[in-house]
Every structure is written in structure tokens, then in C-alpha cells.
Ligand binder design. Structure first.
Ligand code: KIV
Length: 294
């Protein structure tokens, strides 16, 4: 089927046309394929992998090597969407050189088209350098999960006029640094609305209201696959936990009751080979009877 690849430029065009952008996370090949086939514009391999895929309590522990492994799988499943790889905690904070090396690995070794960086002022210089050498950068402001310990929990940000003003300034700084898009997470919708209007690049909201140029959710949340906790901003579109559990319980029951596999799942010797096998067995049994087992 013919399709046009989504690029960073496409996203800007969508904003200019007033068309919303859809973005979801993927961590493996089958989900990446389904998202792509559903027409999702951007597939993000988020560091949320740490929580919803690897069972950690925060996003902090996931490593570059783990992220690379999952980005590779996702890239193999995506033909149309833009694939964005999340820079995990510790992969870009130590030095710009390390950030550039790690970002480059996502594009060179794992097939990503862009990287996402959490943070504002402190990542502007790195953003400038990355975009200068051809690595597109998606920004991420507001409730940035890599700052969870600094924030004292997963708390909504920019709740005061002063904090909202600081956030707007950081968004403008990032835009100047060359980001092609900005994720706004966990902030009051009025703040997201103003930032979206002030920026030329598209904003993608998660818990940031309807005015953003696009929306993103963690796919496992949307599918009802992750229920350790559910943020207010999550809309559950399916209850896959129930569907999957029902299938597992049914399989378990079928195995215990010898109901699976049925004849339709089994392989059969054809009649001629079956007869030969019978004769072979018959001879074997006679030999055993005559000479004993030893
Ligand atoms: O890691 C992630 O999945 C994210 C999205 C929630 C934006 O950063």
C-alpha cells in the first residue's frame, strides 16, 4: 500500500493546517505495527518502558542499552509513522558529548528518526548542538517524570502564574534551540493553551488539555494493561487486562482438562507411514519379548 512517511516537517504542516497530531508509545514490534497500521502519526519509544514494560516504580532505572533494544524492535514494525526515541535518565545529563553520542546511537543503530529530551533551559544547548548535526529533538516540559524525586512525586506542574511564566519562557527557549515539537505533560490547560498559541512548532499534550496541537498517551494505559495507578489524564479505550487474563485462565483450564490441543492443532502421520510404524513397533515388541530388555 502506498503511504507518505510522517516526518518532523509533516508535524509542522499539521499544526499549520489546524489538524491534530496523534502520538502513542510502543516498546515492541507487534504493538508498533498495530499503531502504524492504525495511522498514528508519531510512535514514541518512551522511557515509560521502565514502568509499564519492565516493572520499575519510576522511569529512572531504564538504561541506554535497554532503550536501544526496544527502539530497534519498534523501528522494525513502523513503516509510516515518525519514530521518536526517549533519552533515558543519565544518558544526556553528564555532558553534551555523551548526550550527542547516545542520541546518535538511537538514529544510527536503532532506526529512530528523532529523540526526545526532558527538560528546559538546562537542555537548550544540547538541543542546539543535536539539531545542528541533524538529530531532530522533541522537547518535554511540565511534569517531566525524570524529575519525580525533585518534584516530590508525580505532581501537576506550573500551577502558579509565576511557574506558568517560567514554563512559557523555557518553551520559547527550546523552540529557539531548534526542537521540532514539544510534549507538555501534567500542566493546567490554560498554560498549555498559551504555550501552544505562542509556539510555531506543535505541542503534544498529555494531561495538558485539548488546545495542544496533538495528544499522547502511554499505550499500556490506554489499553488497560497497566493498572498499578491510573493518572487522571488517562482515558482507557480498552480493557486488555481482562481480555488477556480471560485467555490465560481458559488456556490453563483447557490444559488441565486435556481439552487442548484438539485434533485441529495436532499433526498426523499419513496412513501408509502409520502402518509402517505399527509394523516396526510390532517387531520391536517381539524382540523385547524374545531377548528381554538388556
Ligand atoms: O515516556 C513516555 O512514555 C513519555 C510520554 C508519556 C510523553 O514521555
Amino acid at each position: 500500500m502506498a503511504f507518505t512517511r510522517v516526518t518532523t516537517v509533516t508535524l509542522r504542516e499539521l499544526k499549520d493546517r489546524g489538524e491534530k497530531i496523534s502520538m502513542l508509545t510502543a516498546y515492541d514490534y507487534p504493538i508498533a505495527r498495530l499503531l502504524d497500521e492504525a495511522g498514528i502519526d508519531v510512535v514514541l519509544v518512551g522511557d515509560s518502558l521502565a514502568m509499564v514494560g519492565l516493572g520499575y516504580e519510576t522511569t529512572l532505572p531504564v538504561t541506554m542499552d535497554e532503550m536501544l533494544h526496544h527502539v530497534r524492535a519498534v523501528s522494525r514494525g513502523v513503516k509510516r509513522a515518525l519514530v521518536v526515541a526517549d533519552m533515558p535518565f543519565g544518558s544526556f545529563q553528564v555532558s553534551a558529548e555523551e548526550g550527542i553520542r547516545n542520541a546518535g546511537r538511537f538514529l544510527k543503530e536503532a532506526g529512530a528518526h528523532a529523540v526526545k529530551l526532558e527538560g528546559g533551559r538546562e537542555v537548550t544547548e544540547l538541543t542546539r548542538r543535536l539539531t545542528g548535526i541533524g538529530v531532530p529533538v522533541m522537547g518535554h516540559l511540565g511534569l517531566t517524570p525524570q524529575m519525580v524525586h525533585q518534584f516530590g512525586g508525580f505532581k501537576v506542574q506550573a500551577r502558579s502564574a509565576a511557574a506558568a511564566e517560567r514554563l512559557l519562557e523555557e518553551a520559547l527557549l527550546l523552540e529557539e534551540g531548534g526542537i521540532f515539537s514539544l510534549v507538555l505533560e501534567g500542566i493546567p490547560w490554560q498554560v498549555a493553551e498559551v504555550i501552544t498559541a505562542e509556539l510555531r512548532i506543535p505541542t503534544i499534550g498529555i494531561g495538558a488539555g485539548l488546545s495542544c496541537d496533538g495528544q499522547v498517551l502511554v499505550t499500556n494505559d490506554l489499553l488497560g494493561l497497566f493498572d498499578n495507578f491510573t493518572p487522571k489524564f488517562v482515558k482507557r479505550y480498552a480493557n486488555m487486562k481482562e481480555t488477556i487474563t480471560t485467555a490465560f485462565v481458559q488456556f490453563h483450564r483447557d490444559v488441565k482438562a486435556a481439552q487442548f490441543p484438539g485434533p485441529e492443532h495436532a499433526f498426523r502421520l499419513d496412513d501408509a507411514e502409520s502402518r509402517r510404524w505399527e509394523q516396526h513397533l510390532h517387531r520391536r515388541r517381539r524382540q523385547v519379548k524374545t531377548f528381554g530388555k538388556g
